[in-house]
Design a protein around this ligand. Structure first.
Ligand code: GLU
Length: 461
């Protein structure tokens, strides 16, 4: 069987969109599944819109997610000689021709076609044909090169996601393969590259479906083997609209900044538009061993932040504490950090949430006024003092503090929140924390006394 070679071919014109990442992930997974190769190719021939920053963003994103390419990264701008060579070949073989139509002329043609209710299309005025006289070459116009698209018949392919697609050649025009400055166009470069790089499966967004018949005609003109095509549907926002900035994060590195972990993003995207029974959680090994196109849906997939959060929480919970600490830039050897992370990792949706929530272990918290008004008064302060006095007779181990708290509540005949809430407010600056007994134990005797005294001084209790 032929080697499976897939590719991700982004144009470096901006950020790395989450939809692009899914395309890359599926291409990578398909190659993995078939023990093939996965290539990254930067389509940077559009010099005005491409930038080195955007190339870095792509590399950074792929690296962060460990969607690793086999071999070097290819750049189209380094292959210009090759494109020239193939264009000349097509010209010589009569599969392409120079077109000297000026912009004004073409504008006029388009207007006329519109007026006549026709679909705007190049009319082939410079297309060489037997028994046809071509116009006289104008001196002042640098020609473009057009591909001589077949006029009859139709092009069809069995799309691995969308099923059979068929287009009549009469719908297509002789598209430009080299601009008047000699620079080659996307539809042309992509075919030469996929051919030269022996790509077996072209996996890309379905916004390229319209390009595919043109490209297939080019393959045929080059006597090149036509690859298989799989066009992935778009990702929509939760409101059913095209995913855009309006929906919050769409660029992959934004997800990193927001505290998502690569495993969650990949797992989420793997399931977005593809399924394996009802399974939701996949390691990348499991994903690549199951991935196929039969279970890729052909309709658009909807982005669901809640589900991504759920998966992110799943992977954060599973994480080794050392790894988690290092992702959070924390030094595990200090401050009983282990205990802190154990307390917070199970409930966190993102790393940033952990970062924010554990800040009070390291810095004295700022206590919001409304919480003071809600929870602090003479009685609650007396309760705290009484409890801490009693606790001073004991060790401050996690177990002991929690036992003492329970015993105290019982003895005083109060409800747990009557003491837990004021303690949370003073020690953590919030009324939402995991076990306050554990927090007291982690902060330790000195720090708890320090915080209580500081609060009393500040508010005159
Ligand atoms: N460079 C194209 C893009 O970023 C993709 C080309 C392809 O996959 O064929 O949309």
């Amino acid at each position: 069987m032929k080697e499976v070679i897939t590719r991700f071919a982004p144009s470096p014109t901006g950020n790395l969109h989450i939809g692009g990442v899914r395309t890359a992930l599926f291409s990578w997974a398909y190659a993995q599944r078939h023990k093939g190769r996965f290539i990254i190719r930067i389509e940077d021939t559009d010099l005005e819109r491409s930038s080195p920053e955007a190339i870095n963003v792509i590399k950074e994103g792929m690296e962060w997610l460990s969607i690793n390419n086999d071999g070097p990264i290819y750049y189209q701008t380094k292959r210009l000689e090759r494109y020239k060579e193939v264009i000349n070949e097509l010209l010589q073989r009569g599969n392409a021709y120079y077109c000297y139509a000026s912009k004004d002329e073409l504008d006029e043609l388009r207007e006329q076609q519109k007026r006549e209710g026709k679909k705007p299309k190049y009319d082939g005025r410079w297309r060489p044909e037997s028994n046809k006289n071509l116009p006289k070459k104008p001196e002042d116009i640098k020609p473009v090169v057009r591909f001589k698209n077949p006029k009859e018949g139709s092009i069809s392919w069995q799309d691995l996601v969308k099923g059979e697609i068929s287009i009549k050649n009469e719908e297509l025009d002789d598209f430009i393969i080299a601009r008047s400055d000699g620079s080659p166009t996307y539809n042309f470069c992509v075919v030469v590259d996929d051919w030269d790089m022996k790509i077996s499966h072209v996996i890309r967004g379905d916004d390229h479906i319209n390009n595919t018949p043109r490209q297939i005609n080019l393959y045929k003109a080059l006597n090149a083997e036509v690859p298989a095509f799989a066009h992935l549907s778009m990702i929509l926002g939760s409101d059913g609209q095209k995913l855009s900035k309006r929906h919050g994060a769409i660029n992959v590195m934004q997800f990193k900044d927001m505290g998502y972990v690569p495993e969650a993003i990949k797992n989420y995207l793997a399931r977005l538009g593809w399924s394996h029974g009802d399974d939701e959680i996949f390691s990348m090994g499991e994903f690549t061993s199951h991935f196929d196109f039969e279970h890729v849906v052909s309709s658009a997939a909807q982005f669901d932040e809640e589900k991504l959060n759920w998966l992110n929480n799943h992977y954060i919970k599973k994480m080794d504490l050392d790894d988690l600490a290092s992702l959070l830039d924390l030094d595990l050897t200090t401050n009983k950090l282990n205990g802190v992370l154990m307390l917070y990792r199970d409930r966190a949706k993102t790393l940033n949430e952990i970062r924010e929530n554990i800040q009070f272990f390291f810095d004295m918290p700022k206590i919001p006024k409304d919480l003071i008004e809600k929870y602090m008064n003479k009685e609650s302060m007396e309760l705290i003092d009484k409890f801490i006095d009693e606790l001073n007779q004991h060790s401050w181990s996690d177990e002991e503090v929690n036992d003492q708290l329970k015993a105290f509540v019982k003895k005083e005949g109060i409800k747990f929140p009557a003491i837990a809430m004021p303690l949370r407010v003073i020690l953590a600056g919030t009324d939402h924390t995991p076990s306050i007994g554990s927090i007291i134990s982690i902060l330790g005797k000195n720090e708890v006394h320090k915080r209580l005294n500081s609060f009393k001084n500040q508010y005159d209790y």
